[in-house]
Design a protein around this ligand. Structure first.
Ligand code: NAD
Length: 481
């Protein structure tokens, strides 16, 4: 039976006013399993007005009171962890083991982290001089919007809504129409804990309708967006008309820089993960592997051998390491790049095929993890964000050379550096134009640190202090001494 997802507006689960829906597919089977509201301006405006109505009371609560509501949500998510992991895996095609290990625990941590982090938050500070006394007051913005992508649905949604809510804003959230299911379950949890109506509203639909309306709505004060650079650019240009505050976390083309003096086994193990976790559909995944030419042949053989052993399978199977591609258009896009490899004079070392599956998954969207060498620096495969299971190999022979190579992209999201010479690794890190750089590790996150890309990967930062600053406004009240 096809399940019907609802919007969550003013504390109620509601159908879209037009009664229009979008099909939601299970990537592992290629079949429709639910319908999500195809909301329009009217639905979006209703969500904004509910958030506006809830703001005066919610913003006057103490951080402690708001935090108590949020911790209740976290504890309900924890109780439902196993179901939520299953839903996330069904919606995205990721292995259930990954949803259990990463997506749901991190969603819970987003709540507990911001709750702890704001314990000692003060909403004012003062500067005194011989001429004046300045009282600086920090206040929530009002109604803010959070727009999120399909690769880490609940993880990224909660990463935004929690700091927004804890700072006293009310929220209109728009999950990806491709993977809306865990946001719907979050809405049910909000009802279960009696979150006051209008504090959080979850409005489903396409970017073209709901996303656009959010972007030009005069009562929305800020947008925290994660998604593609092209969409971020559209939001940037449209939102300027209403002078919204913006935080845009966008695409990447991340280098992994592998020096010959690295801890080889640790590097190999982690680079496999950084390349192919979530089928390469994490914005932080390594997609360009830059390898010291002195170890290139050895690395190529060892890496390809390991890649060929990655267990591709039904996401429901706990042994599966690599699942399905999240949507058919994205599957087609990745295949387009596979077809380009030959034209761009590249050679496929491993993978490069659609993976034919049996039984339940025979119509699913599976592509083998793919490793390519021999492509030019300016090839599309080395320039474009593919956001899938394709990595390219390139060699380097000097520190300066690899820095140039790493920076030869319009993106600047993340990079990894592998070397046991920490002063060299730090020296290189300083010269790499990326917002997040890992030395001898990957995806190790301290949520207090600023998170976000440089160049066309990011505009504004998330995490820790930056998130709190983003979701507040400051006012200076000056009295002459
Ligand atoms: P997308 O840009 O297509 O969509 C993201 C969200 O924006 C969706 O909810 C979508 O409906 C909405 N949207 C689409 N058009 C819109 C418009 N005109 N106005 C307002 N909203 C609109 O991205 P995607 O395909 O869902 O996600 C993949 C992209 O996300 C990749 O580029 C990836 O690198 C990026 N990403 C970045 C980070 C990061 O932290 N930098 C994290 C995860 C994903």
């Amino acid at each position: 039976m096809i399940e019907v997802i609802k919007n969550y507006v003013n504390g109620e689960l509601t159908a879209p006013s037009s009664n229009n829906y979008i099909d939601v597919f299970e990537p592992a089977t290629g079949k429709i399993y639910s319908h999500v509201p195809n909301s329009d301006d009217k639905d979006t405006d209703f969500a904004v007005s509910a958030a506006k109505k809830a703001f005066p009371v919610w913003s006057k609560h103490s951080i402690k009171t708001r935090s108590n509501y949020l911790l209740k949500l976290a504890s309900e998510i924890k109780k439902d962890s196993e179901d939520l992991a299953f839903y996330e895996s069904r919606d995205t095609g990721k292995p259930i083991s990954l949803a259990r290990r990463l997506d749901i625990p991190r969603a819970i941590e987003n709540f507990t982290f911001f709750s702890d982090y704001t314990q000692n938050f003060t909403d004012y500070f003062t500067f005194e001089s011989k001429d004046s006394k300045n009282h600086i007051q920090k206040s929530p913005l009002g109604v803010v919007a959070c727009i999120t992508p399909w690769n880490l649905p609940l993880y990224l949604l909660t990463w935004k809504i929690v700091p927004a809510l804890i700072m006293g804003n009310t929220v209109v959230a728009k999950p990806s129409e491709i993977t809306p299911y865990t946001a719907f379950k979050l809405a049910e949890i909000c009802k279960r804990i009696n979150l006051p109506p209008g504090v959080l509203n979850i409005i489903n639909g396409s970017g073209d309708k709901v996303g656009k309306r959010i972007t030009n709505h005069p009562d929305i004060k800020a947008i925290s967006f994660t998604g593609g650079t092209e969409t971020g650019g559209k939001i940037f240009s449209k939102a300027s008309r209403t002078f919204k505050k913006l935080a845009l976390e966008m695409g990447g083309k991340n280098p992994a820089i592998i020096f010959e003096d690295c801890n080889y086994d640790q590097m190999l193990e982690t680079v496999i993960k950084s390349s192919f976790t979530n089928q390469g559909q994490i914005c932080l995944c390594s997609s360009r592997l830059l390898i010291d030419e002195s170890i290139y042949e050895k690395f190529k053989i060892d890496f390809c051998e390991r890649v060929s052993k990655i267990r591709i399978g039904d996401p429901n199977d706990t042994e599966t390491q690599f699942g399905a591609i999240t949507s058919k258009p994205h599957f087609d896009k990745i295949n387009h790049y596979i077809n380009l490899i030959d034209k761009e004079n590249g050679s496929i070392l491993v993978g490069g095929n659609i993976k034919k599956m049996d039984n339940r998954c025979e119509k699913g969207w599976f592509i083998e993890p793919t490793v390519v060498e021999g492509l030019g620096i300016d090839s599309q495969l080395n320039k474009d964000e593919i956001f899938g299971p394709i990595v390219t190999l390139q060699t380097f022979s000097s520190e300066e050379g690899v820095i140039k190579l790493a920076n030869k992209t319009k993106y600047g999201l993340s990079a990894t550096i592998w070397s046991e010479d920490i002063s060299k690794a730090n020296r290189v890190a300083e010269k790499i134009d990326s917002g997040v750089i890992w030395i001898n590790c990957w995806m190790v996150r301290d949520l207090r640190t600023p998170f976000g890309g440089l160049k066309q990967s990011g505009y504004g930062k998330e995490g820790g202090e930056d998130a709190l600053r983003f979701f507040t406004e400051q006012k200076n009240i000056c009295i002459q001494s």
